[in-house]
Every structure is written in C-alpha cells, then in structure tokens.
Design a binder for this molecule. Structure first.
Ligand code: FAD
Length: 357
C-alpha cells in the first residue's frame, strides 16, 4: 500500500521517497496468497475490492506487470446445511454491496470446477475472482517507482519520527530525512509507527499460514474458498497449488518469532483435499507464515493522522492484497487534494474506542 501511494503521489507531481526497513513488498505484500477475492472480503469493502480487482486485471497498463495475473471464477463452498445457510446470508450481503455473486447448486458448481468433491452441498459463484503471484509484484513496483522518479531507500529501518512543526524528521538506520508530508504504511508495524506520533491504538498482528504443493497436472482452474472462511485454494500455471485461508501460526510479526503450528498445517491441507480430492495424490513442498494487521473493528485505517498536519496513515485492510492498489490510489488522491471516489477510513474512531476501553 505504501508503494502504490508513493507511485501515485509521484505521478501527481510530488517529490517522493519510499523508506523501507528491508526490501519493498517483501512482508505481507510479498508472501501472501495473492487471491483476488470478493467471497473473503468484508461486505463494506466490496466496492474497494472490485476496484482493486480491476487494477490488478489492468496491471500491465499502470504497473507494467505483464505476467502472474490470472482472472478466473471463484467458488465458495458449503458442505453442511449450517454452512449453506451461512453462505446464502453472506452472499446476499456481498451481492447487496455490489459483488456479482450468485448461489448455484452442486451440479452447476461441478460443471464450473469438475475436480470439485461430490460432497459439496451448495456454492456461491463469483466471475470476478483470480490470483496474482505476490512474489513478482515487488519487482514490478520497483521498476515503476524508479521510472516515475521515486527515491527508494531500502534497508533503512525507521526508528522514530520528530514533528518539526513545519514538517517531519524521519530518523532511519541509514540517516535522517525531512519531509513536509509523511505517509505511514507499515503493515503489521503500523501501531508502533502511530505511537511515534503520539497515537496509541490497538492493532493486532495475525500470523497467516500458507502451504504450497508439488506440481500436478492441470487439476483445477477456479479459486476455491469455503463458507466457514478457512480455505483459499488455487492452482498456478506451473502446476503447484497454494493452500491458505487464514489458518494461524505462532509468534509475532517478526520472521524469527514465527513458527508453524503442525495441527494447523494438517487441518488446512485436509480441508483442501476434502474440497478437491485429486489433491490427496500430492505432497506438500513448503509452508510459510506472513504478518497481517487487524484493528479492533477489523476495518482499515486510511486517512490523516489526527493532530498531525501533513501526516497520513494507510493499512490494516482485510483482504488487503485484493484492494491494496486501489486503497493506495485513494490515499494519494486525498493527499493530492483530489475528490475521493469512495470514503476513507479515519483513524479517529479507534482512538475513541481505546480511550473508552
Ligand atoms: C500469509 C498471508 C496471506 C494473505 N493472503 C491474502 C490473499 O490471498 N488475498 C488478499 O487480498 N490479501 C491477503 N493477505 C493480506 C495482504 O497480504 C495484506 O493486507 C497486504 O499485503 C498488506 O499490505 P501493507 O502494504 O499494508 O503491508 P506490508 O506489505 O506488510 O508492508 C509494510 C511494510 O512496512 C515496512 N516496515 C515495517 N516497519 C518499518 C520500519 N520501522 N521502517 C521502515 N519500514 C518498515 C515493512 O518492511 C513492509 O515492507 C494475506 C496476508 C498474509 C500475511
């Protein structure tokens, strides 16, 4: 989100530096499942996710990203009557928010995805789903940012920010830099960044698990999720399948503190093989974890930092890879004084909650 904001600020005529403690797009944005999904996006965020989906689809035009993007159908599955009720309700809410989701029966679901288990009871279908190879995105951003004149400062961890009254001094491990405006886009580290400016809100750090299998002949073409929300599954062009869905690992956002919980790896893999039985023949190659931020109300924080003129914050977006590019563009438009197509997500609401708690 920081990279997109930087890109559109530069395109809007600003002189921009992008500071990262490591390499850009190597934390959540480089290790996530890359699913572009309406089924797993919170209903309030559907209009943003749909715009994000369009931006990924057209990423060759604005980002120069030509490969690794697949747009396809998404199926969300229910296996029990209870899940079917949940699926109907959730799909209805998302459809009301603008997502082109419709409920289909088992035979239609198996026509769309022949490898699907016979045990599926009901499915929701969305024609605007898909996936992006997240590990390729950073390279495309780097090329676009450099070509638009953004000064990329990597391995320059920020240790604190001083409010100078007329702007900000950013203290990094690679020296200090001054700017009239700053945007905090620190993902799972946003809480710490806001505290440098005197804003203390709770931001939880989720540690999401992903599993990749060995290559298989073409087995599935859709993106599969389940009503209970604990599966995302798709096959890449190279034959590997990626299994995720929000199963958790142990530890915090720092890589050296994260570890796989074996039961969660087994549970996630079993659920995938239950949905697509052909996966029973394959083996797991690797599993990893990545950090994701979540506010108290699980909604984003995108807007000005209260009481700090010229300071802005963007992050904690549920299904944030799907809508991330659009959120970054919205942030940049706001800073550039352009009218926003959709409302931002002010941080003030959470400060109030924290004070009351
Ligand atoms: C395993 C996993 C799977 C996911 N799957 C999906 C999915 O399938 N679909 C979907 O839509 N979303 C998915 N998400 C969510 C999505 O990845 C995130 O919402 C999104 O990438 C967050 O982007 P961000 O820019 O806010 O954070 P990040 O990409 O984490 O960027 C934050 C940046 O801040 C930098 N930083 C931190 N501290 C400092 C400091 N002190 N100084 C300088 N820089 C600093 C970091 O180095 C990092 O580059 C998944 C998340 C994870 C972890």
């Amino acid at each position: 989100m920081g990279s997109t904001t930087a890109l559109y600020l530069a395109r809007g005529g600003m002189k921009v530096s992008l500071i990262d403690r490591g390499s850009i797009a190597r934390e959540a944005s480089g290790v996530n499942a890359g699913t572009l999904t309406m089924h797993m996006t919170r209903a309030d965020l559907i209009p943003y996710a749909m715009r994000g989906w369009e931006m990924w689809r057209d990423a060759d035009q604005w980002l120069g990203l030509k490969s690794g993007i697949t747009t396809t159908d998404g199926l969300c599955l229910a296996f029990t009557e209870e899940e079917a009720d949940m699926l109907r309700q959730r799909s209805e809410v998302r459809r009301a928010a603008g997502a082109p989701i419709r409920i289909i029966d088992r035979s239609e679901a198996r026509r769309i995805e022949p490898s699907l288990t016979e045990k599926v009871r009901l499915a929701a279908h969305c024609p605007i789903d898909g996936h992006v190879s997240a590990y390729l995105t950073g390279m495309a951003y780097r090329r676009a940012l450099i070509s638009d004149g953004v000064n990329i400062m990597e391995r320059a961890g920020v240790t604190g920010i001083d409010d100078l009254g007329y702007g900000y001094q950013i203290n990094t491990l690679a020296g200090t830099i001054q700017a009239r405006r700053i945007v905090l886009a620190g993902g799972a580290w946003l809480g710490q960044m806001l505290s440098w400016l005197g804003i203390n809100i709770r931001i939880r750090s989720l540690v999401n698990q992903l599993i990749v299998t060995e290559r298989l002949p073409v087995t599935m073409r859709t993106v599969i999720t389940v009503a209970s929300g604990l599966l995302s599954l798709k096959q890449f062009a190279n034959g590997t399948t990626l299994i995720g869905g929000g199963w958790q690992g142990a530890g915090g956002p720092e890589r050296n503190t994260m570890s796989i919980i074996p039961e969660n790896m087994i549970g996630n893999t079993r659920l995938a093989a239950y949905a697509i039985p052909a996966l029973k023949k394959t083996r797991v190659v690797r599993a990893w974890l990545g950090p994701e931020a979540e506010t108290d109300d699980a909604m984003p924080i995108i807007g000005p930092v209260p009481g700090r003129p010229g300071a802005f914050v963007i992050g904690s977006v549920h299904s944030g890879y799907t809508s991330g590019p659009y959120m970054g563009r919205l942030m940049a438009d706001f800073i550039l004084g352009r009218e926003s197509e959709h409302p931002l997500f002010p941080v003030d609401r959470l400060i109030k909650n924290t004070l009351e708690a």
